[in-house]
Design a protein around this ligand. Structure first.
Ligand SMILES: O=C(O)CCC(=O)C(=O)O
Length: 291
């Protein structure tokens, strides 16, 4: 493995960079595919989610809060109030069947899967792995009590879905950092940092990037002046990131087959989604008992 950059050292800046287990391609998307993705994004109605719910209340000392940004999921929706997908224990009632990928994303996924199968083997490439889940993250400013507040960041976390994770970036570039585990009173060590450009692909996998390090979006530029679709009344988007992951198919549950508690917690979200999506309308219909 290449020696890790020193803290605060030079940013990886090459258009194509290869670090074992981490791949970056600054110009992955063609202009035609990029504009098809923007067209599709303009049709979306992203959802504002609350972190907690009736059956998953805030832990002691914490309060209900809205997520920093609206999101959209494809393949399956990991509602925050169902506490996301956290194998090996947190797999039941976590991933609710959602819309399939549009054709332009299917095409990207095919290319990325081929690349990933060349890059990762053995324990780094789980049996059955395929990219069936996509989180669309909108980064920008949200309207809070009449003021626009920049919420374009993500704190340290791991993606718990097994196997490689791929992400496509659109709009303003963002600085992603991979850091070693946080301990109170100690500064995180930055193991790798990378600017994610408009039209780029990042692909990472293996123990180094999935298990031993956390990643975070430290900041999102403002300099190019990107304004990204869709237009929303309470959010100005300057960057969109699509993260593709793998959830074993047996852990993806149709809404109608969730536990009664989980259905109660996410039904209002399903109803909101159904206002803009025939898919979610049909999923809600399936809950009704046959006459
Ligand atoms: O926006 C990005 O580039 C990263 C997003 C991310 O870390 C995630 O979706 O888990």
């Amino acid at each position: 493995m290449a020696p890790p950059p020193r803290r605060g050292g030079m940013l990886a800046s090459k258009a194509r960079q290869r670090t074992p287990g981490h791949h970056y391609n600054a110009s992955f998307l063609s202009a035609a595919d990029r504009s098809e993705i923007l067209q599709w994004l303009s049709t979306l109605k992203p959802l504002w989610e609350e972190r907690y719910s009736k059956h998953f209340p805030p832990p002691p000392g914490q309060e209900q809060r809205r997520l920093l940004r609206p999101v959209y999921w494809l393949g399956n929706w990991q509602f925050a109030c169902l506490d996301y997908y956290r194998p090996p224990k947190g797999v039941k009632d976590r991933c609710v069947r959602a819309e399939p990928f549009p054709p332009v994303l299917e095409r990207q996924v095919k290319k990325v899967e081929e690349l990933a199968r060349r890059m990762f083997r053995g324990p780094d490439m789980p049996t059955g792995w395929h990219l069936n889940t996509c989180l669309v993250n909108f980064y920008g400013n949200r309207l809070e009590d009449g003021r626009w507040v920049d919420t374009a960041r993500v704190g340290e976390h791991k993606d718990f879905e097994p196997g490689p994770v791929a992400s496509l970036s659109l709009g303003e570039r963002a600085l992603i950092q991979f850091v070693t585990s946080t301990r109170p009173g100690e500064r995180d060590e930055i193991v790798l940092e990378q600017w994610l450009d408009d039209g780029s692909l990042q692909l990472f996998g293996g123990a180094r990037w999935k298990e031993q390090t956390f990643h975070r979006v430290q900041r999102v530029d403002t300099r190019a002046g990107h304004k990204m679709p869709p237009e929303l009344p309470d959010f100005q988007t300057r960057r969109v990131n699509l993260t593709f992951r793998y959830v074993p198919d047996q852990h993806v549950t149709p809404f109608a087959q969730l536990s009664a508690e989980a259905r109660e917690d996410v039904r209002p979200y399903m109803r909101t989604l159904a206002q803009g999506s025939a898919f979610f309308r049909a999923e809600l219909e399936r809950e009704k008992p046959a006459p």
